[in-house]
Design a protein around this ligand. Structure first.
Ligand SMILES: Cc1ncc(COP(=O)(O)O)c(C=O)c1O
Length: 390
C-alpha cells in the first residue's frame, strides 16, 4: 500500500483493532461525520438508526436520554443554542397562515425571530400582556391561532402565568402550548407535567452552569410532536458537537446541588434588598409578598438565582454609577452560571408593545454561587454610590 492509503488506515478504530472501549462514568466523546456500517445490507437497513454523525452519537444519546428523564418527556431534541431551540420548535409545528400568541415579556431575540422571520413565512404574531387571565388569553384567540408561546417568569420583569390553566384551555381549542422554561431549567418546574406541549430551554444557562457552552433543548410527550421536532432538526441540518454534549451532561449531573444554592442565596439577597431604602420593589416570584408569589408556590419546587428589583427614581448616570461600583457582580447579559451578574433592564424594555412603568430603574441580578453575605455587602456599597448621585 502507498502512504496515502496507509495513512488513511493507520491507528484504526477500536472496533477494527478488536480493543474494547474502557468504561468511564461519562459517555465516550465520539467524533464523526462518517458512521461506518457493518456490511452492504446495513447501508439501507432502517434498523440501523444512526447512519450519519449529524444524527448524534454516544454523548448526544446520553444527553438526550438524561434530559428526557429530567423533563418527563418521550423525546428531546438538541439545538446549537437556546434561541435556535425556540426557533426550531416553532418552525417544526407552524405553517403559513397560522397565527401565534406570544407573551410580551418574551426574551428579546425571540421577538426579533417572530417579527422578522416568522412573519416573512406567513405566520401572524400577536403579543399578549403576561398578566392577562388564561380565560381571556385563550377565549379571545382567533380560530387561526395554532400556538401560544409562554415564558414564565417573563424575561426581565418576572411575571408568572397560570401555565397549567393556559395549557388546559388551549387543549380544548386544539391550540398548542410552548414555554421557554429556562428559569425553571426542567428541574424546579416541569412544564410537560402541567399539560404544556413543548418545553423548551436554553441549556446554556443552568444546565451548562459554567457560562462556557451554548445549547438548547425542546421536549415533548406526544410522539407526534417528538417526530415533528426531530424532523425539524433533520430538515434544518442542526447538530451540536460531541464535546459540548458531553460537557452539558456533566453540568446536568450537578444541576440540583447548584440550583439549591442559587435558590437560597437569591432569596437571601432578595429579602435584604426589599428592606433597603433605595429599593422600591423586588420582582422575585419566590419572595413572599412579591407579585405572583402564590403561583410560584403552587407550581414550583424552588427558584433559580435570577430576579429583578426597582430602584428609587434616579438619572441614568446614577444607575451606571451603581453598576460600575459593583465589585463582585460582572456586567453581562447572561445568567445560570456560577458567577453573579447585573444589568440595567430599561433599554431592553423599550422593545415591548405593552410598556409598564415600574416607577424607577429596573435592575436584573443573577445570584451566583458566591457567599450571599459578600454579595449583599457589595450591593450595599454600590447602593451608597447610587444614593450619593441622586
Ligand atoms: C429566557 C431566555 N431564553 C433563551 C435564551 C437564549 O439562550 P442562548 O443564548 O443559548 O441562545 C436566553 C438567553 O439569555 C434567555 O434569557
Amino acid at each position: 500500500m502507498r502512504d496515502e492509503t496507509r495513512l488513511i488506515r493507520a491507528g484504526g478504530s477500536p472496533q477494527k483493532s478488536g480493543k474494547q472501549l474502557a468504561k468511564t462514568v461519562g459517555p465516550p466523546i465520539q467524533k464523526g461525520s462518517t458512521v461506518l456500517l457493518p456490511d452492504a445490507a446495513a447501508l439501507y437497513d432502517d434498523a440501523h438508526q444512526v447512519t450519519y454523525g449529524r444524527q448524534g452519537l454516544a454523548a448526544h444519546d446520553a444527553l438526550r436520554e438524561a434530559l428526557a428523564e429530567l423533563e418527563g418527556a418521550k423525546g428531546v431534541t438538541l439545538y446549537p443554542s437556546g434561541v435556535s431551540a425556540l426557533a426550531g420548535a416553532l418552525l417544526a409545528v407552524l405553517g403559513a397562515g397560522d397565527e401565534i400568541l406570544v407573551t410580551d415579556a418574551v426574551y428579546k431575540p425571540m421577538r426579533r425571530f417572530c417579527d422578522q422571520m416568522l412573519s416573512r413565512f406567513g405566520v401572524k404574531v400577536s403579543y399578549y400582556d403576561p398578566r392577562i387571565t388564561p380565560e381571556a388569553l385563550v377565549g379571545e384567540a382567533s380560530d387561526k391561532v395554532r400556538l401560544i408561546l409562554m415564558e414564565s417568569p417573563g424575561s426581565l420583569s418576572f411575571e408568572m402565568q397560570d401555565v397549567a390553566a393556559v395549557a388546559r384551555l388551549a387543549k380544548g381549542r386544539k391550540i398548542l402550548t410552548a414555554i421557554d422554561n429556562t428559569w425553571g431549567a426542567g428541574l424546579i418546574y416541569r412544564p410537560l407535567a402541567h399539560g404544556v406541549d413543548l418545553s423548551i430551554q436554553a441549556l446554556t444557562k443552568y444546565v451548562g452552569g459554567h457560562s462556557d457552552l451554548f445549547m438548547g433543548s425542546a421536549a415533548a410527550s406526544d410522539p407526534k410532536l417528538v417526530r415533528a421536532l426531530t424532523d425539524g432538526v433533520i430538515h434544518m441540518g442542526w447538530s451540536v458537537s460531541p464535546e459540548d454534549a458531553y460537557q452539558m451532561l456533566r453540568g446536568l449531573r450537578t444541576l440540583p446541588v447548584r440550583m439549591a444554592r442559587h435558590h437560597e442565596s437569591g432569596l437571601a439577597v432578595a429579602r435584604w434588598l426589599a428592606e433597603q431604602p433605595e429599593v422600591t420593589q423586588v420582582l422575585h416570584p419566590a419572595l413572599p409578598g412579591a407579585p405572583d408569589h402564590a403561583l410560584w408556590k403552587r407550581d414550583y419546587s424552588g427558584a433559580c438565582g435570577l430576579f429583578a428589583f426597582v430602584l428609587t427614581p434616579g438619572p441614568n448616570t446614577a444607575v451606571d454609577a451603581f453598576l460600575d461600583a459593583l465589585a463582585l457582580f460582572g456586567l453581562g447579559f447572561s445568567w445560570g452560571g456560577f458567577e453573579s451578574l447585573a444589568i440595567n433592564c430599561d433599554p431592553q424594555l423599550k422593545a415591548r408593545k405593552l410598556a409598564r412603568d415600574y416607577g424607577g430603574p429596573l435592575i436584573r441580578l443573577h445570584i451566583g454561587l458566591e457567599d450571599a453575605g459578600d454579595l449583599i455587602a457589595d450591593l450595599r456599597q454600590a447602593l451608597d454610590v447610587y444614593a450619593a448621585k441622586l
